[in-house]
Ligand binder design. Sequence first.
Ligand code: ZN
Length: 832
Amino acid sequence: MRFFIALLCCVTLQLQAQKPKKPSSSEIYEQLKGLNFLGTALYFAAHPDDENTAMISYLANDVHARTGYLALTRGDGGQNLIGPEIRELLGVIRTQELLAARRTDGGEQRFTRANDFGYSKNPEETLEFWEQDQVLSDVVWAIRNFKPDVIINRFDHRSPGTTHGHHTTSAMLSVEAFDLVNDPSVFPTQLKYTEIWQPQRLFFNTSWWFYGSQEKFKEADKSNLVSVDVGSYYPAYGLSNTEISALSRSQHKSQGFGNTGSRGEQVEYLELLKGDYPQSGNIFEGIDTSWNRVEGGAAIGKILYEVEENYDFNNPSASLPELLKAYTLIKNLKDAHWRDLKTKQITSIIKACSGLYLEAATGQQAAIVNETINLTFEAINRSHFPVEIESIELVPSGKKIVISQDLAFNSDYKEQVQFNTGGADLTTAYWLTEQGSAGMYKVTDQELIGLPETPKVFKAIFNLKIGAISIPFITNLVYKYTDRVEGEVYEPFEIVPEASVAVKDPVIIFANAEPKTILTDVTAYTSNLSGTVSLNVPVGWKVSEPQKVNIAQKGETKSIAFTVTPPKDASEGLLEPQFVLNGKTLTDKVVRIDYDHIPLQTLTLPSTNKLVRLDIDKKGNYIGYIAGAGDVIPESLRQIGYQVAEVSPEEITAKNLENFDAVVMGIRAYNVVDELKYKQPILLDYVKNGGTMVVQYNTARGFSFPNLGPYPLHLSSDRVTDEFAEVTVLDPTAEVLNYPNKITNTDFEGWVQERGLYFPDEYDSAYKPIISIHDKDEAASDGSLLIAKYGEGRYIYTGLSFFRELPAGVSGAYRLFANMLSVGKNDQKIKQ
Ligand SMILES: [Zn+2]
């Protein structure tokens, strides 16, 4: 996923991503060039952030081709550097980051149903999770719909095992699909909605990375590669292509991909995989990208090339008479694909040339079904060209307001109406509404597959007569307000349930039979909400009585306390809060994701939490935690009754440490916390004096930390990505496997995403390896859990992925972690 960190760059906040576009005169001119280019390119890779934004921006802004990026996944399996969202909620953020990137570089975004389930070493492993036929179908579907002339793969389909399995698989599927999309017998049901299509060329966008080093790539024979200088400068934007590329790349904020733009020549290399070699270096060579391409297009071209040539930057509305002629001709094209695409483009150019501003806004961010809300329409014509507002239609209600009024120059038309939301669907991400598998989202509606987000339900159609031509202009209904700091803010308008019921912690752990108080938040999305909230618990668990709730104010949240008592023995199950009002049972929670660089996201998701009653013993109570790159170890340990103190680097002193029963280092602490260089001797002395220290994984790349442990220890990139990989115990008598909890094979069941990563491969004999694991067809790794006695204490280094397993409520991982913290504390020592 972090593939191109070194290659590409980035900067800028794009506050209020919902703000309507208001193109300048020179931007309109660029759009005209795009209108007159009938060629399409599709970039192809696996994750959000794999894409080469310099190439996408060059194709969109210099060539003026319609340019797409097909990311097979939404990046659910990545990390999140800006907030707590992981998994599917991270996928929602990264989807929006891709859309923000495309708004910046001018591309369009598409997906498949493949889920980024985490790291895999090769395509074979990838396809154990992905349904190959479904993903291939989605790739074929994307190509048939987008109809690219040229496809460009980010990755090499011939080198499995050299990069993430998702990467190679993306290239392999692209190569396979290239020869299938034009065959009507392949995925024939798609042809109810679209047509077969044959792209002309397939390229692989190679780079130094695939050659091992910049030096090797410099020396490599590139005579068979097409080279493209993507370092163009755009006076219309005052930016170089590579600066735009950096701005686009910087949208991947959850991945920490901010970087600085560059200027000047930048050459990209394309290896031709299919089709004929373009001698001129133009990847569209031999493909008619003029209006002649489409039947009936010649007459349109005759008009529009002149519009482009005679465009008046001081008065864009001077182009309107000719644009309107072309509009009528485009509307009558037989070819539905080009007709729809070009109608959309020319409509937005006509709107921009007229200085038209059209808005349908509410003063509330969300409403419930069948709610009547106020809506304000605004329409203004800032050209001297005659414009009449005929009517405004509301979608989906079909309500039509007939107006028949001239829009005089610069005179603002405003109208307030009431409208009813009707029986609209609750707002959510369409790919999360049905339970999928680890590797696939479940989406059954063919027309939704591949769309970046759920289509907006509420729209207003402004039917305007421009000159003598009637044109419908469609806008999404938006929520608009004035923020005292930000000023004008636009957000999506959403539909939510009457109430949201939610328990904050996704996983609640019980370390013993003691009951716990569980707070259930009820949020009202309607005034005077009145009903009963209750919790459903699994068989064997007990919960206190349902409670009446009254909430007067819309938007207010009340926290209701329930007592949940676990069974005596180990048990797992679902906790399901529900709210009953007027006989109707609500079981959803409304989740909001709010960051400056993406539009506010609202999701209505089933409100379920995991309950775990552990069979666990622990020795010691007071744990010191030193944060690294970010994990939730403190919260997880507190859940099972430990007292955890978070210790900042400055607080690492011998005196502070001596109070702790054990000290735990956060993941990648030595990678990200510089001060640890000076503090490590103090930590190791703590061990020497009888302390227990648990060090979680650090990444091996560029890692040089002389005294990571008390004895020499070398980190490798060894990882075991199969979370089901069999665990072989090397030393069954080891204290960590016996005290205070007896660890058995059962404790390695139910792990998520992976076993672990960056295991040490060479270590001093003072370290005792405890278990051995390996992925299929790979050598065993014994370094995932190492324990050394040092002085009076114990030092533990572990690459096992506790940072994933504990938040997922994996009971065996808790038991093993408790044992690590207890090592050396056994009074009747089993074994040192
Ligand atoms: Zn990737």
